[in-house]
Design a protein around this ligand. Structure first.
Ligand code: SF4
Length: 62
């Protein structure tokens, strides 16, 4: 599974980082970035929770 954050929609709430800090991090501007686009299998469920929890619907998995 791959994950990406749409920087045009991210507003830096940090919900994703709180849910899965192994995959998401806030950059110096305060917006989310993925640390690696390929999600480790043991973090897949947390990433899917973050997809649902992001208030801006900025996280996409494929
Ligand atoms: S939860 Fe969504 S809006 Fe908030 S930092 Fe993460 S990607 Fe950005």
């Amino acid at each position: 599974m791959k994950v990406s954050v749409d920087s045009d929609h991210c507003r830096g709430h940090g919900v994703c980082v709180a849910l899965c800090p192994e995959v998401f991090a806030l950059n110096d501007d305060g917006y989310a970035e993925v640390q690696s686009p390929e999600v480790p299998a043991d973090h897949a469920s947390a990433v899917l929770v973050a997809v649902s929890a992001c208030p801006e619907h900025a996280i996409t998995v494929s």
